[in-house]
Design a protein around this ligand. Sequence first.
Ligand SMILES: O=P(O)(O)OC[C@H]1O[C@](O)(COP(=O)(O)O)[C@@H](O)[C@@H]1O
Ligand SMILES: [Mg+2]
Ligand SMILES: [Mg+2]
Length: 324
Amino acid sequence: MQRLIPTLRQDQVDEALISVIHSLQITAKEISFRVGQGDLAGVLGSTLSENIQGETQKKLDILSNQLIKDILLECGHVRAVASEEEEGIVLGHENGEYLIAFDPLDGSSNIDINSMVGTIFSILPVPENNSGTADMFLQPGRNQVAAGYILYGPSIMMALTTGKGVKIFTLDQTVGEFLLTKRDLAIAPDTSEFAINISNYRHWQEGMQLYVDDLLAGTSGQRSKNFNMRWVAAMVADVHRVLIRGGIFLYPWDARSIDKPYKLRLMYEGNPMAMLVEQAGGLAHSGDMAILDIQPTDIHQRVGIILGARNEVNACLGYLKASQ
Ligand SMILES: O=P(O)(O)OC[C@H]1O[C@](O)(COP(=O)(O)O)[C@@H](O)[C@@H]1O
Ligand SMILES: [Mg+2]
Ligand SMILES: [Mg+2]
């Protein structure tokens, strides 16, 4: 089986970008070791602090953030990083060619129950102005040169796209190398599996409620088809399932809180997952437009997410449109 770095060279990925991905590979090994040790490494549980989103930080959120930041900033090709756990950007090398936005630990609520968590990353080019401010990051996801995630599950996997399809690498813990285990992932256009946190039903727009009503009605409803539901409560794991066996994943607009109508973040959750999904032939939409076409205005902005099987995403958008 082929190793990660030679695979990237074969795909003619730029050496500077390979070096950034190599650094991410190191962080993956460091974090996965600590996740695996769990209580033995004293990494479970919450801290007394909150992040910029006002969410209580888990010990592993902080530790993963620090590890990724330290390792990426040592790589001479990183101009700056932006993280879910950092209010502002952190500058790296003045001549670095890339910007990395990341969610150091996605699915934080799963940490203490020994369930799936992951790291999500988005790699953007440094724009011409190279201003050294957060503005450098405010580029549509379409500009991403690479995106992916590391899933700390029963096995440790890296899903990666550099714009030439999606590949999955699995960490061989006996040699400490990520090996290519799947290539050319393709999401089937139709599905009968959906993922949404249905406890938010009463807060959704009418179109979303009607769409989910029809999924639940199965063969007795308009869709004349039964649907199955899954919810891991870690986007990284729910999207991984969509990439591997198809499906649709939704975290739509909801009216729980006026200043937070969306839960998930654009720069380090929506954009990287949207690039992976589009590269696998699926669709990724916010409810208003393709996620990758959104012009960001803030590194921590939130976004609606409807992604996965092409025909199913279009079916959902049809309900939203019809109820407007
Ligand atoms: O609490 P809910 O509605 O199940 O939300 C789960 C969602 O929240 C998240 O855990 C948010 O990510 P973080 O853990 O990085 O804050 C997503 O991974 C997941 O899809
Ligand atoms: Mg997250
Ligand atoms: Mg997180």
